[in-house]
Design a protein around this ligand. Structure first.
Ligand code: PLP
Length: 514
């Protein structure tokens, strides 16, 4: 830390700052001889490891119960979360996770069941999965669904395997996936994972993909197109219907990245626009928690053409009974699920299905539509309130649920997009998405979501305007020093990525090795 920074932080004897406590590593707090539990010495026993047993102590940090408790609680308090403040991370849809969802997911009939339980004992869970499937199929205007994918990227893999399977079933040998230059990195990564080559489609001057650009790169080696709609610039792909037609004429399939579905739920059905497969991030659009709050969940919907190539399991209803079709033979239908097989060992993220269903039922169809409208309204409120100070790469046009700025307004200020984001941390905000999408120079992608109040948006906008003014007034140093109010300041991100030190070594060990 520089002297100036220490001064501005106000150094303390403990290193603590007010009620925000410094937290050493577990190994630095604990001691191998210490234990939080009182275990009796084990009786002598005959080893069956044939001399392979560990000779030296395992070296785990021993802690008392209060020490362990404080360690993890302090760490948890260092996390910024949607429960602590506005989280304008574009493309990620960090919306509020309603507590009602949590309550429903903890009902013992959902929380305490096991995937290998007999079907007759989990009829309620299967009914919920069936209802969720119906709602998602209805909202997307599609024909079939796979609930098992565990995240958006996993959903992409699921959809693209279905497409690969369909081509194989038709005896077509193809090798190229079309991906626009604004795509999320997971799109080309998914194509590459399946052994396909990626052909990039350039964006038009207004940030969208044109049907002519797609036609220019279409050939009989094309497997399909992966397109995000609304796209990662926060814009609706106006030529999507013509693009779908062109793709289908070439005997290829249309994979839609549905991560931005939050903008159009109840307004437009991707199936009606001609898509063949699309993942839904339940942890974005349908309010289930992200990351540390819970696992992701990325169900995939399929068009009629692709439905026979969707994975198992499927849920069917026989009168009042629900059944899980888990093997090709059990489907009783020639070809159904046989070609793909299974994607995962079990049936998907049950807890997230309950949360998403709870969200949908509590909103109703009119409420879901209003959530999309409010998300778009909020993003446009931010855009309209900042457009006189911040630059937009494709001119000032109405956006969907997120607004994209670039760094042109910072030209000649010596402040970069990264500096700007770090200054936002000092103001108590998680920064917006930066440097993505790659098509915009120094991109800043802001997604407020529908869960923010007018007052919360106004404070964020005033903060952004103040930072803009300080950058334009030449207060470069403030930005370069930021963040100054965080427990740690700027990390060497390149070093951390290139040379990660993932294993703790105590100082004496480290010295001995040197
Ligand atoms: C979030 C996102 C993904 C990946 O979803 P995960 O659930 O994080 O795997 C893919 N594409 C876009 C546009 C996204 O925003």
């Amino acid at each position: 830390m520089t002297d100036a920074a220490i001064e501005s932080r106000g150094a303390t004897f403990t290193g603590n700052r007010g009620l925000e406590l410094e937290e050493p590593l577990l190994f630095e707090v604990g001691h191998p001889d210490k234990s939080g539990v009182d275990l009796a010495e084990p009786a002598s026993f005959q080893s069956r490891l044939g001399g392979m047993e560990r000779q030296s102590p395992i070296g785990l940090a021993g802690l008392s119960e209060p020490e362990a408790m404080r360690h993890y609680v302090r760490l948890s308090q260092k996390n910024y979360s949607i429960d602590s403040g506005l989280y304008p991370l574009g493309s990620c849809t960090m919306k509020h996770n309603p507590r009602l969802n949590e309550k429903m997911a903890r009902l013992p009939g959902f929380a305490d069941i096991h995937p290998l339980q007999p079907e007759s004992t989990v009829q309620g869970a299967l009914a919920l999965m069936d209802l969720l499937s119906k709602w998602l199929i209805e909202l997307t205007g599609t024909a079939a669904i796979a609930l098992s994918p565990k995240a958006g990227a996993h959903g992409e893999l699921c959809g693209m395997i279905a497409i690969k399977t369909a081509h194989a079933a038709h005896g077509r040998d193809r090798s190229v996936v079309l991906v626009p230059e604004s795509a999320h990195g997971t799109n080309p990564a998914t194509a590459a994972l399946l052994g396909y080559d990626v052909r990039t489609i350039p964006a038009r001057d207004d940030g969208r993909v044109s049907v002519s650009a797609v036609r220019n790169v279409l050939a009989d080696d094309v497997v399909g197109l992966m397109l995000t709609n609304p796209n990662t610039c926060g814009l609706f792909e106006g030529e999507i219907v013509e693009i779908a037609e062109a793709i289908h004429e070439a005997g290829a399939y249309f994979y839609c990245d549905g991560a931005n579905f939050n903008a159009i739920v109840g307004k437009a059905r991707p199936g009606d626009l001609g898509i063949d497969a699309m993942h839904l991030n339940l942890h974005k659009t349908f309010s289930t928690p992200h990351g540390g709050g819970g696992p992701g969940s990325g169900p995939v919907v399929f068009s009629k053409a692709l439905a026979p190539y969707a994975p198992l399991p499927r849920i069917v209803r026989d009168g009042d009974t629900y059944r899980l079709l888990e093997t090709a033979a059990s489907t009783g239908k020639e070809g159904a699920g046989e070609a793909f097989g299974r994607l995962t060992a079990f049936h998907g993220q049950m807890g997230m299905f309950v949360r998403a269903m709870s969200y949908m039922l509590s909103h109703g169809s009119d409420g879901l539509r209003q959530a999309s409208e409010d998300a778009v309204l909020n993003a446009n409120y931010v855009r309209a309130s900042l457009k006189d100070l911040m630059s937009q790469p494709y001119g000032d046009q109405i956006c969907m649920h997120e607004v994209l700025f670039d760094d042109q307004f910072l030209n000649d200020t010596g402040v970069t997009t990264l500096d700007f984001a770090k200054a936002l941390i000092d103001e108590g905000y998680h920064p917006m998405t930066i440097y993505f999408p790659l098509v915009a120079h120094g991109a800043m992608l802001v997604e407020p979501t529908e869960s923010e109040s007018r007052a919360s948006l106004d404070l964020f906008i005033s903060t952004m305007r103040e930072l803009c003014r300080e950058a334009l007034d030449g207060n470069q140093k403030k930005f370069q020093d930021a963040p100054v109010y965080t427990p740690r300041r700027r990390l060497d991100e390149t070093q951390a990525a290139r040379n990660p030190v993932l294993r703790w070594r105590d100082k004496t060990q480290a010295q001995a090795a040197e």
